[in-house]
Ligand binder design. Structure first.
Ligand code: XBP
Ligand code: MG
Length: 276
């Protein structure tokens, strides 16, 4: 053993993490699955004898209304029908939506959807670091479960300490309600959690709940206004699918991990304290 002391030698001391949980949105964030939702709506319209057809352009617009039932109600409003016809169609919504959910789950269960780059890696890393995982989604718990089962594998569902989704809140995103519920279920205050979202509406919801929010848009949402997000990246990325150089420079790494989140989150808390 070599003797002697080196006063310049310091052990790298790891600061405790300033957050305890990662809260993931589902549609568009865990997987790029809005096209499946769109196809399921159209198949349900056909099965219910309606000649509606939501093309990709119209669907991108309709995504501004969160929740499938609410989206259909908004579309019916655009048709400018008589009050009688409008009310008759509005009454059909639960039935059409049940049909849409059945078709969507069949499509998901074909198993062609892959998790977005970096999602499983970041979840695995977070769990190893002792962080909690949660879900805050507009879609139904049954849809969340089908996606996790079909595209993420058997036991992934058990990775989540809290799943807040669907109609359990009265006001959907961009209202903060679903994130507030996820935080309550986790027992974690908003300053100690991070949200991951793919849409501007989702970012608004998470920010309104007081969360540090990372946005990873898809082609469905890329044109939206993400200025409220704390960080916008093309994806969470992976060693095999690294970030573009401009994103890499922003976070100082080829993919987003717990270490980068720790640096960004603690810096944001310090800034908040300065401006408080
Ligand atoms: C995105 C949505 C969802 C789906 C439709 O949800 O807007 O409404 O498009 O789902 P997320 P339902 O919060 O996960 O991004 O038809 O089941 O409502
Ligand atoms: Mg989403």
């Amino acid at each position: 053993m070599q003797g002697g002391c080196d006063p310049g030698r310091t052990a790298a001391v790891r600061e405790p993490l300033t957050f305890e949980a990662l809260i993931f949105d589902v549609d568009g964030t865990l997987a790029d699955n809005e096209e499946l939702h769109r196809q399921a709506f159209n198949e349900a319209f056909f099965a219910c004898g309606l000649d509606w057809r939501w093309g990709p352009g119209l669907y991108a617009e309709l995504l501004q209304i969160t929740g499938g039932k609410e989206r259909m109600a908004s579309y019916i409003g655009r048709l400018r029908l008589s009050e009688l016809e409008t009310n008759a169609l509005l009454r059909l919504i639960p039935q059409i939506h049940d049909s849409k959910t059945r078709v969507y789950q069949e499509l998901v269960e074909l198993g062609h959807l892959r998790p977005r780059a970096g999602v499983i890696r970041l979840m695995t890393e977070a769990r190893s670091a002792g962080l909690h995982l949660a879900i805050a989604s507009t879609t139904s718990p049954a849809n969340v479960e089908s996606l996790l089962r079909a595209s993420f594998g058997g036991d992934t569902l058990h990775w989540f300490r809290a799943i807040a989704s669907g109609d359990v809140v009265s006001t959907k995103k961009p209202a903060p309600d679903i994130y507030n519920l996820a935080l309550t279920m986790l027992g974690v205050p908003p300053q100690r959690a991070i949200a991951i979202e793919d849409s501007a509406i989702g970012v608004q919801s998470a920010k309104a709940a007081g969360l540090f929010t990372v946005a990873i848009p898809t082609l469905w949402t890329i044109g939206q206004d993400f200025s409220a997000a704390d960080l916008v990246l093309t994806s969470l990325a992976d060693p095999e699918q690294p970030l573009y150089a401009v994103d890499e420079r922003r976070i100082g790494a080829k993919f987003l991990g717990v270490e980068q989140l720790a640096t960004l989150h603690s810096a944001a808390l310090r800034m908040e304290a300065i401006h408080a």
